[in-house]
Structures are given as C-alpha cells and as structure tokens.
Design a protein around this ligand. Structure first.
Ligand code: MN
Length: 370
C-alpha cells in the first residue's frame, strides 16, 4: 500500500506462490532519501579474500554444521556469486551504494560465521589479518567507515590480546562475535576473559547471528526457515542464556548489541521476568540481582538490521527507550534503499529519528559525530 508520503509498505505478502502477484513488502520513498539526515549503518558485512578462501574449504568439509548450506552457497561456488563480490568490495560498489542512498557511515564487520568455523590457530591468524585490512580501509575513508574487530573465541587468551590491539593500535570501534563457537556459548567460564576484556576496554560486542549450534538445529533444517528464524532463535537464546546465567552481575558494565530488532528478546520481557520470579521463589536457577528485562535494558542495545517493521520499531522504542535502538541495513544481504525509506518514513519524532539514525551509534561505538 502507498500512504500520503509516497511510502510503499506492506505487511501482508499473500501473493501467489509463484511470486507474480506477491505484494511488495520493502519500503520506497518517491523522492528518494530525505536530505539533511545523517545515517550511520551499524551491521554492515564484508569479507576478505583469505577468509573467503578458508570458507571455501569449509564448504567441502564433512562438517554437519547448519551453517554449511550458507557457506556452500556463498563460498563454494567457484567464486562467481554476486553476493561474494559485494562482500569483498569495500571501496567501489559499496561506496556508490552508500552515496546513492544517503548513508553517511557503514560500521563494518566481518560477515558471519566470521572465523568461528576454523581451527584456533587459523582463526586467530585470520582474525588479526582481517582486522588489519579493516583498519586500513577505515584509514583511507575515515568519514565513511568504522569497524568492529573480529576475534577468535576458540582461543580466549589470544582473543584478548587481539581485542587490546584492535581497540588500541587499530582504533576500531568494538567487536563482533557470531553467536556460538563450536557449539559453546559465552556464558561458559572459558570465555570470561573475553568478556572481562570487552568490559575493561569499554567496547560493545555485536552478537551477530549464525546458524544454531548442532544440538539446536534439527527442526530448522527444513523449509528454508533457518536464515531468518534459526538465526533469531540461536542468537536470542544466546542472549537469554547470558542473562539467566548471572553473567551481568559479574560483568555489570559489559555491553552487547543484538541485530534484527533485538532478535525478538524484548517481546518476551514479561514472560522472562515471570520465569525468573518463579525460579527465585522455588530456589531454582541462578539468583540474580536484577530482573531479565532490567539486564536487557542496561546491558544491551539493539539494531533494526533486516527488520523493517514500523510496528516492531514502535514497540522497541517503547520497551527499551529511543537511546537503545540503532539503525542498520545489513548490507549487502538487505537492500539499502528500503532500509533508508523504512526509517525516513517511520512515524516517530525527529528527535528519536536522529538517535536511531546516528546519535546512539556514535555513543555506543565511539564513532566520530560528523
Ligand atoms: Mn548481518
């Protein structure tokens, strides 16, 4: 449907199964991006040739990871995929796309699954090289790019050294971790040195999705549901585990960012708080100082990547406050023009739009403010 501002939005993709009369659900603005808005996109993917080559080897490996189908599709096909080309490109098509759509800054992160499917030595080495390449492109375009450092949780000790180098020497803006590593989650004490380092450095960890861990994946192997629903259940579960484990009493200043409108976790606030209260009464679970929703509002921010629903945005701002919602495109997996039209046309105050478009990102990821 088209409203008076020329915004096309859809919420009811009930077209025919062959797609010929499927309703458009992306957004578009008749006059193009609104002038005068600063737009900082915070979940923007890239890859490097080294990492892509190594994922090409994973594509032919005997792993049973649910990530394999995605890895095969992008990295296993003779390098001809247009998507792979857009991931490897940093300074040509990407900058042109940003210019055409009024995107001021992309906060770059090595695309999922990052280095988390490799052995510890390769992963540590590839993370460090990817971070060097990321810092170099930011140096060439300091007004257009920021970057989240990749780390290899497979070796927490070496990851901590890389985190210190990334925030110190490389002056990157935070970290990205793609959910589980070898089916293990960050509430495991083996990963606590990484969390302690992030807290000490005052740097936010973007907890980006990957496919669910092996024990969690069977029902998601059908009907193509994994790439959206599987990612959200995996990553949302990861966040809920961390909250319920008491991690944020140990690390009260630790900050995480969740994409895809918070992976839906805040929709469950009442039920999670009810669960926690029930557990406390019966002496089960871990005793927590705060309620789950209080931790989420203190220790997490969320982004709008790939979730262009005005209704979900409205709920998120009401549930979390406008200071905790950041804009993102999820380039090159999602179209930039639609993500821009979505927030340009969102029925929110201009003050909140500025927060979501750039002020929150500048604060959370310590990006320059223009
Ligand atoms: Mn993404």
């Amino acid at each position: 449907m088209t409203d008076s501002s020329g915004v096309t939005s859809g919420s009811d993709p009930d077209g025919g199964i062959d797609g010929r009369d499927r309703r458009e659900i992306t957004h578009s603005l008749a006059g193009g991006p609104r002038p005068g808005l600063r737009r900082v996109a915070t979940e923007e993917a890239f890859s490097t040739k080294d990492v892509a080559d190594e994922l090409g080897k994973v594509a032919t490996s005997p792993t049973e990871s649910l990530d394999l189908s995605l890895v095969k599709a992008i990295y296993g096909g003779g390098r001809s995929s247009a998507l792979l080309g857009r991931l490897l490109d940093l300074e040509e098509e990407r900058l042109a796309d940003m210019d055409a759509n009024g995107v001021s800054v992309q906060l770059l992160s090595l695309t999922a699954p990052g280095v988390q499917m490799f052995d510890a030595d390769s992963a540590t080495d590839l993370a460090s090289k990817a971070n060097d390449q990321l810092a170099a492109v930011i140096d060439r375009h300091p007004e257009r790019f920021g970057g989240l450092a990749t780390i290899a949780p497979q070796s927490p000790r070496r990851a901590v050294a890389e985190m210190e180098r990334a925030m110190g020497e490389l002056k990157l803006n935070g970290f990205v971790i793609n959910s589980h590593t070898n089916n293990e989650y960050l509430d495991d004490p083996k990963f606590w040195p990484i969390l302690e380092a992030a807290e000490g450095l005052g740097a936010c960890i973007y907890l980006h999705p990957r496919s669910p861990s092996d024990g969690f994946s069977a029902p998601l192997r059908h009907y193509g549901v994994n790439a959206v629903w599987g990612f959200a259940t995996e990553t949302g579960t990861h966040a809920v585990r961390m909250i319920m484990s008491g991690l944020f009493d140990r690390f009260p200043d630790l900050r995480f960012c969740l994409g895809h409108m918070g992976e839906g976790v805040h929709f469950w606030f009442w039920r999670l708080d009810f669960l926690q209260a029930s557990l406390q009464r019966s002496g089960a679970g871990v005793r927590l100082a705060l309620t789950p929703s209080e931790y989420f509002k203190r220790n997490f921010v969320i982004t709008t990547s790939g979730q262009e629903s005005h209704l979900a945005l409205d709920y998120s701002i009401k549930a979390l406050g406008a200071d905790r919602v950041l804009w993102a495109v999820d380039y090159p997996y999602q179209p930039t023009a639609s993500a821009v039209a979505f927030l340009d046309s969102a029925p929110i105050s201009e003050e909140d739009r500025e927060k979501v478009y750039h002020l929150n990102a500048e604060r959370v990821f310590r990006l320059p403010s223009a």
